[in-house]
Design a protein. Structure first.
Length: 227
């Protein structure tokens, strides 16, 4: 089936963020702020939604990346690999206002990938013999014992891409790629913030990382924070 070249998933920021309300589980791309959808994050701040359940690689910085939502008091929980770059997140965790669950970065990425491809979970040996295994299901396979880690999905995912066509086929830029392709696959609704938007058919198919079937809405970056 050939796509209608006039078909477009392009919407305004406000239209895209109608999908995010109080209590939404929100998965995000970005690594230390690099590859973060800055305009989407800024608009979520302006919208003022509360009690967000975040899932992503890290907590960003207090004034950059996803960390801005934490600083703004809009987040109730966070599943991540580290918060070392965001002392505000650490303080909120100590104060009991932010619940944080940590996973090693590779396991976190695999849990998200599993969610994106429809697997119920993954098996890992990291954490065996430590308090990490307490309360977790274990399986025996090929002579070893492993922990079962459930897959991760979310209501909404926000990602950043360098280029996209109007159907949502995505190309990423160097390290700004990070977890963005995995996040795009693992959410009920995926919103992409893109720098350059082109008509269907203009992207080199060999350069496309994320197919447009995973993308629901596209917004074009207006030149906000670049981290």
């Amino acid at each position: 089936m050939r796509l209608n070249p006039l078909f477009s998933k392009m919407v305004s920021l406000s239209e895209a963020l109608e999908t995010i309300t109080d209590g939404t589980s929100l998965m995000y791309g970005g690594f230390g702020g690099i590859g973060s959808p800055a305009d989407l994050i800024a608009e979520i701040m302006n919208k003022g939604v509360r009690d967000l359940a975040l899932i992503g690689n890290d907590a960003g910085f207090p004034d950059a990346g996803i960390g801005r939502l934490i600083t703004n008091g809009q987040v109730k929980s966070l599943i991540t690999s580290h918060i070392g770059s965001n002392p505000v997140a650490g303080q909120q965790m100590m104060d009991g206002t932010l619940t944080i669950e940590f996973f090693p970065q590779g396991i976190l990425a695999e849990k998200i990938r599993a969610g994106g491809v429809g697997l119920p979970g993954i098996i890992v040996d990291v954490g065996m013999g430590t308090i990490v295994e307490d309360g977790k299901q274990k399986v025996k396979l090929n002579g070893g014992t492993y922990l079962v880690e459930p897959a991760l999905t979310a209501d909404v995912g926000i990602v950043y891409a360098k280029r996209a066509d109007t159907y949502g086929n995505l190309i990423f830029d160097k390290t700004a790629r990070n977890l963005n392709p995995l996040v795009a696959m693992a959410c009920e609704v995926t919103i992409v913030e893109v720098e350059e938007l082109v008509p269907v058919g203009e992207l080199d198919p060999e350069m496309i990382v994320t197919p447009g079937i995973y993308v629901d809405y596209i917004v074009q970056r207006n030149g906000g924070e670049t981290r």
